[in-house]
Design a protein around this ligand. Structure first.
Ligand code: NAD
Length: 392
């Protein structure tokens, strides 16, 4: 099959197996070239197939020498349809990690369900034993509650009043104004149910009950804060409420982990192009302006650079540096005053006519394509490839 990108709005419905492998391998190479870290050795990553979770898994194995189990929810290839990118990424990661001598097992299904947790625990017990790091990096638009069977949908909306700001259609480059209506109370609560901390704590509870937490265990989940430009839709919007809940969960979990001398952290990461962030209105335009500024200042990072920096912060010193709320701040370069001033200045002037010059739409588009395994020079996209790849 010859596989080309098919972009529909902010998703791409195809993915390229060799290109996804190239994406994974580039991240592995970056970690191999970075300083090795003495850190976790038995790692469970929930949401391990793309974005921050995948980068964390790669950095754990190739930077810390860890054995890993990854949980994700991806689609295998079927009847002329390619698998999802996360499926191909997982296969590529497993192959590379195993070839390097690390245990790498993956499990595919709904992490929110009790069944999936139990299946994962079985695998953890069999392959890893007690875990010393659990990374929770699930991003999902919906969650079926494991106790009630009710399905909740998250929304990306402001709270209290409508929000109007600039946005860009990243496919056409057209900059326009968008008005987003505020969420209802029910939508706010549902978003917290999907993207808040409940599932993270259910995972920790299940691991504790199965006696799979090692002494000194660490658990991590990821959050975002961002600037004033995106505040109404992000930090003060529905997703921000869910992130507040996630951050509060870290404190509760830390108390629960005291008997293991363990800690739960939220790491506030940088805004990046991932399948999840491209779905948020206004954010892609902000990201493309941010990329331009951060590149000019030599501060540009992707998921893998952030994952490496995170593990350095976590494991390299005797204490972990946090803000007053106890969060690890990997967004410190994004939020630097000079960076934000430059983005703000560009934002006020940005139009369809100057977006390619004032922003880095090209990098945004390339990053987006690469999420699905396209846009890699080393791959011949005219070659016939088998979309069905498996590890087992
Ligand atoms: P992503 O879409 O790239 O990854 C989501 C992961 O969750 C995938 O591995 C997917 O398979 C998995 N997943 C989704 N639903 C699942 C389910 N029901 N069961 C099992 N696995 C499931 O997202 P991302 O951008 O890497 O986001 C990960 C975390 O990082 C989120 O908490 C997000 O808010 C946070 N974050 C993202 C950014 C950003 O700019 N992208 C910035 C800061 C923080």
């Amino acid at each position: 099959m010859i596989i080309k990108p098919k972009i529909r709005g902010f998703i791409c419905t195809t993915a390229h197996p060799a290109g996804c492998a190239a994406h994974v391998n580039r991240q592995i190479d970056y970690i191999k070239d970075s300083t090795a870290i003495q850190g976790a050795k038995k790692v469970l990553v929930i949401g391990a197939s793309t974005g921050y979770g995948l980068a964390s898994r790669i950095a754990a194995s190739f930077g810390m020498g860890a054995d890993t189990i990854g949980v994700s929810f991806e689609r295998p290839a079927s009847e002329g349809r390619t698998a999802s990118a996360g499926w191909y990424n997982t296969v590529a990661f497993e192959r590379a990690a195993r070839a390097a001598g690390y245990i790498a097992e993956s499990i595919n299904g709904d992490a929110f369900s009790h069944e999936m947790k139990q299946e994962t625990l079985k695998l953890v017990k069999e392959k890893l034993g007690k875990v010393d790091l659990i990374v929770y990096s699930v991003a999902s638009p919906r969650r079926t509650h494991p106790d009630t069977g009710e399905t909740f949908n998250s929304v990306l909306k402001p709270i209290g009043q409508p929000f109007t700001n600039k946005t860009v259609n990243t496919n056409t480059g057209v900059v326009s104004e968008i008005t987003l209506e505020p969420a209802t109370q029910e939508e706010i609560e549902n978003t917290i149910t999907v993207m808040g901390g409940e599932d993270w704590s259910l995972w920790l509870k299940a691991l504790e009950e199965a006696d799979l937490l090692a002494d000194g265990v660490t658990t991590l989940a990821y959050s975002y804060i961002g600037p004033e430009i995106t505040e109404a839709i992000y930090r003060k919007g529905t997703i921000g409420q869910a992130k507040n809940d996630l951050e509060a969960t870290a404190h509760t979990l830390t108390k629960q982990l005291e008997r293991y001398h363990g800690k739960a952290y939220v790491s506030v990461n940088k805004a990046l192009v991932t399948q999840s962030s491209s779905a948020i209105p206004v954010v892609p335009l902000y990201i493309s302006l941010l990329f331009k500024v951060m590149k000019e200042k030599g501060l540009h990072e992707g998921c893998i650079e952030q994952a490496q920096r995170l593990f350095e912060k976590l494991y390299s010193g005797s204490t972990v540096e946090t803000d007053e709320e106890g969060r690890i701040r990997l967004d410190n370069w994004e939020m630097r005053e000079d960076v934000q001033e430059a983005v703000k200045a560009a934002w006020s002037e940005i139009t369809t006519e100057n977006v390619s010059e004032r922003g880095d739409l090209e990098q945004y588009r390339l990053d987006f394509l690469q999420l699905f395994g396209f846009g890699f020079d080393e791959i011949d996209y005219e070659l016939d490839v088998d979309p069905e790849v498996h590890t087992h």
